[in-house]
Design a binder for this molecule. Structure first.
Ligand code: HEM
Length: 657
């Protein structure tokens, strides 16, 4: 059998039987018969003497042929043994697809079929828990490796993430992003010096004061520009729907660039989009339900590069061989160009920070400047020269650009859809904001950054959490077992990747029955060890922000029920505080300014596609200005009269916060 034939069999179906047939027939059977013939000849020493000279040549040929067959057989033996060694090895007591266990590539063919059909992957993993009706299952994804273990019990998940030292960062993320972000800390074990060194430089960026005074004001400015874009579009669309996904994505990119490096107004993509639509003279569709196609502005190269590189993670994420996929992608000229532009951009920004430091400017202007100041401090302590241009710093910031913009933008896009489809929640949020900021309302302006950042608005917190619960931006968290251990009563060998899913039972679908006894001691609800409450199976799939508020006094309870949007514990999302602050400002300002009216059914689907995050395929809005109406102007024939929009880029409010 040729190598080619073996490869085709390997890559087409991977049925164990077919493979064995292919290997065994020509080789083992041929080998056995060759053995027999050789043995016959050896045991009949006179056989050759009975042949004449002409026959001697034939015997030699036949021996040669038999010798080759034997050689092939001997080659096939290690192949066969190798094949046996890399067949899936199910872990005892954990349900799995029986059919997959007999195949070299296990569940990969089924998984890839699902990925090709849906462009999603993680809901397939969760669907296995429903198929086997078990809160723990295993799937065979990597030939020769341990199975992936998938868990949907929220309480066992919380214990693993928060308390169990035998679990740490899995190599999963590293395989996805290691090719383009080799020194970003997400991929390292917590004990790795690269994790500790990088975190030592960036930890302070998520301190509440830093966010409040440096990062969040920049994000507020970006959101304000997005609002301005929507105001212009709403005026132009005259009640027609339009897609907002790009607007949201670019505003999130602006926000993360601005908080990381500082972003002059002329470099903002959203500002360019505003200019592009302001000059637009296109025709509106005659049908009021047809979406208006507003023009896109040109995307400056550094932003476009980040988008290209983020998109490459889509391919690695959906591939069964992510490291190889990433390697191949990086050979393409467009990827090389994107990497070069991104590297240049960060290098220049570091130089700007170095210039500030050399001038003696020690008041952090932005996150990068602050990290460079920290590098100087650490270097002094360690008695070395600061290395501002080191790869670790550049990768951390590129990591923020990628992890920070896509996740936040995706959550906003889902939230806009959810609030559109739940007008009562939208109205309640708007009423709550009006009650919280009466002065802003009477002055017909938005709450300033200063006002918003100081306020405690439980219903806004609840909306953000509920959007995140449903959005499933990142639908799972994965940890690696550092030693042999036990999960839900099942033995888990060292090195196993355990996927804790947030898109199924216990989070968005009715809880599965799990006996408290099989949970690890720290996860037992009966002994009061569970971190959070549990969601009511009767309404677990519904969008109900009030589930996050206490029945007694309507205060926000972040532990009301399970939530894994940011993971948990020491390796939970580094950017969680900034992300929450961003989402609060975003939903507050959107709902303050606009009523999200229902969009036509054909534009309102909930299909998702797995990119870096899990994105909605449709995100349309039909906007009506809410500020006019709430002040009564809209009712009294003042339609069309614009309200004052407080979009100052250098407002004293921002600086003074
Ligand atoms: C809605 C927005 C966001 C969501 C839903 C989100 C979600 C997540 C999740 C699920 C993880 C894995 C956590 C775990 O394994 O336990 C994670 C990790 C991480 N996120 Fe986020 N994220 C968001 C925004 C951000 C932002 C704005 C930044 C940076 C500015 C950021 C930076 C990171 C980093 C650096 C890690 C790795 C942490 C570590 O390995 O210790 N994320 N994020």
């Amino acid at each position: 059998m040729t190598i080619y034939k073996m490869m085709v069999i390997l890559f087409l179906d991977f049925q164990a039987d077919e493979f064995m047939e292919a290997v065994a027939r020509p080789s083992f059977e041929g080998c056995a018969s060759a053995f027999h013939q050789l043995i016959d000849e050896e045991t009949s020493p006179h056989a050759g003497e009975r042949e004449d000279d002409l026959r001697i040549g034939t015997t030699t040929n036949s021996r040669l042929i038999h010798g080759r067959t034997l050689l092939l057989g001997l080659l096939a033996l290690p192949l066969y043994l190798g094949y046996r060694a890399i067949l899936p090895k199910p872990l005892a007591g954990i349900p799995y697809n029986r059919d997959a266990a007999g195949k070299l590539f296990g569940d990969v063919p089924e998984m890839m079929g699902y990925v090709m059909g849906t462009k999603r992957i993680f809901c397939w993993l969760t669907s296995l828990t429903s198929r086997h009706n078990s809160a723990i299952i295993q799937a065979f994804i990597k030939p020769g490796s341990l199975p992936w273990v998938v868990v949907t019990d929220p309480f066992e998940a919380q214990d693993i993430l928060l308390r169990r030292k035998e679990f740490d960062r899995s190599g999963f993320f590293g395989e996805l992003i290691g090719g383009i972000l080799p020194e970003q800390h997400i991929q390292f074990l917590s004990s790795d010096s690269r994790f500790k060194n990088n975190r030592n430089l960036i930890n302070h960026l998520m301190a509440p004061t830093f966010i409040r005074t440096v990062s969040a004001p920049e994000v507020y400015k970006s959101i304000s520009t997005l609002i301005k874009v929507w105001q212009v579009k709403a005026d132009m669309a005259k009640g027609r729907p339009f897609s907002t996904h790009h607007d949201i994505t670019y505003a999130a990119l602006d926000g993360i660039f601005a908080s990381s490096f500082g972003l002059p107004e002329e470099e903002s993509i959203t500002k360019k989009r505003l200019e592009a639509i302001s000059e637009w003279k296109g025709a509106l569709p005659s049908n009021a339900d047809e979406p208006v196609s507003f023009p896109d502005a040109e995307v400056p190269q550094p932003f476009a590069s980040v988008l290209i590189l983020s998109n490459s993670v889509t391919d690695t994420q959906l591939s069964p061989a992510p490291v190889l996929t990433s390697w191949v992608l990086r050979k393409f000229p467009y990827m090389k160009k994107a990497i070069a532009i991104k590297d240049d951009y960060i290098r220049n920004k570091v130089e700007e920070s170095m210039a500030l430091i050399n001038k003696g400017d020690t008041e952090p202007r932005n996150a990068l400047h602050s990290v460079c100041l920290r590098e100087k401090e650490v270097a002094e302590k360690e008695g070395r020269q600061p290395d501002y241009q080191k790869r670790g710093i550049a990768d951390e910031f590129f990591g923020f650009m990628m992890a920070g913009h896509d996740t936040s933008a995706t959550a906003v896009a889902w939230g806009v859809k959810m609030l559109t489809d739940k007008p009562s929640a939208q109205d309640e949020l708007r009423a709550t904001l009006h009650a919280e900021f009466p002065q802003a309302l009477s002055e017909k302006r938005a709450p300033t950054y200063e006002e918003l950042s100081k306020a405690h608005i439980p219903y806004l917190d609840a909306v953000v959490e509920e959007v995140l619960r449903h959005a499933n931006t990142i639908a799972f968290v994965v940890r690696q077992a550092l030693q042999d251990t036990v999960v839900l009563g099942c033995h888990i060998p060292k090195g196993t990747d355990v996927f804790l899913m947030a898109n199924g039972a216990g989070y968005l679908e009715p809880n599965m029955t799990v006996s408290d006894d099989v949970r690890s001691p720290g996860a037992r609800r009966g002994t009061g060890k569970a971190l959070s409450g549990t969601w009511d199976d009767g309404n677990i799939g519904k969008f109900r922000p009030e589930r996050w508020l206490t029945a007694e006094d309507k205060t926000f309870n972040s532990m009301a029920g399970p939530q894994l949007a940011f993971g948990l514990g020491t390796r939970g999302c580094f950017g969680k505080r900034l992300a929450i602050q961003t989402l609060k400002m975003q939903f507050a300002l959107i709902v303050w300014y606009f009523k999200l009216l229902p969009t036509p059914a054909e534009l309102s689907g909930y299909d998702a596609v797995q990119k870096f995050a899990r994105e909605p395929t449709q995100c349309y809005v039909r906007l009506e200005k809410a500020l006019n109406e709430s002040t009564g102007e809209g009712q009294s024939g003042d339609e069309g009269k614009d309200v004052r929009v407080d979009l100052k880029w250098d407002s004293a409010d921002l600086a003074g916060s």
